[in-house]
Ligand binder design. Sequence first.
Ligand SMILES: [Fe+2]
Length: 395
Amino acid sequence: MQAKVDGEELTRSDLRVAKFHTPEIIVGSGALAEIAGAARGLGVQRLMIVSDRGIVATPWYPELAASLRSEGLSVSSFSEVSPNPRAPEISAALEHYDFRRCDGIVALGGGSVIDAAKGVAILAANGGHILQYEGIDKATSPLPPLIAAPTTAGSGSDVSQFCIVNDVDRMTKVTIIGRGLVPDVAVIDPRTLATLPPEVAAQSGMDAITHCIEAYASVAHSRLTDGAALSSIATAWRSIERFVGDPSDTVAGTNMAYASLEAGMAFTNAILGATHAMSHPVGGLCDAPHGAINSVLLPHVIRFNAAADPRPYVDLARAVGVDDSGSPHAVAERFADAVARLSYSVGLPRTLRAVGVLGEHLPVLTANAMVDACMTTNPRQPTPDEILGMYREAL
Ligand SMILES: [Fe+2]
């Protein structure tokens, strides 16, 4: 049903109830210094900093720890998180959290670190094993205070209700979703991007662009998520090559920090689509970087979705300055080509083989993609054969 007044029409998404949930957001150069006050505001006395070995070696970890201690907070550290966090690491972090009688968590790192911190928070409040919370709203008890300080520009986990954990036994990534998983405070300090290796800048930046595209095309999109997605992709598209060329470039870094933040606000509310649903099983199988896998799959998913309805991709093409002349299908095709070119230009792989996938893996990848929670909001529901077909094209 469409509502129409004076020739202006509401769309189907305008006629649905939309919810938009974000944490308190503190963003800007030097924002790390705000974490102590944020923790105090949440009533925290004994903080656990979750990070990884790479972050501990940067200036940001000692700066944060010193700032927290100078404010009288008790601080302990867990930094054994690997790039695709696994269930045993989360269990080990929980032991540390319990042993030190912590009452709140700060995650300082990329998406993997923030997701591991969410996993600890889930278990601290709900008990059990992290993999039993796969799916939507399975963790019902309120989580302890969680502050997320991202050091990459891409995952959006600092503002999202997503937690992705590697299930080593099933060789896939498990998606845990719940409004309770949105951190209490997101602290985005663009200075922290200066120490990113260029390949991580490329992977995480293309992840942010994937979030914009999937959130905009999602069946759960709304005006609020559309605005964030279009603004974010325009910023990221013009900044990513300069940022990857020099992650210490403060202009490009600040742009990417804001783009990642806005993309996160879009996708946590609109959810994602087939690119992420198909990427998670590949990440679990090959332990390859999430953003690199996404950028291989994304053009194929755009073409598949656009065959049914190219209109979202026409809007996205316009937002990034891709030629929008001709039929909507032609514009969507041009947009898919431009996405592929952008990801090649920042050095990301062109095929799934390049990240370790073999033809014999495709049936199990297809089975796992079909049941991933992100598939439900893809605008065109694929059959198993259609997913297999996209994997084959991307191979
Ligand atoms: Fe992602």
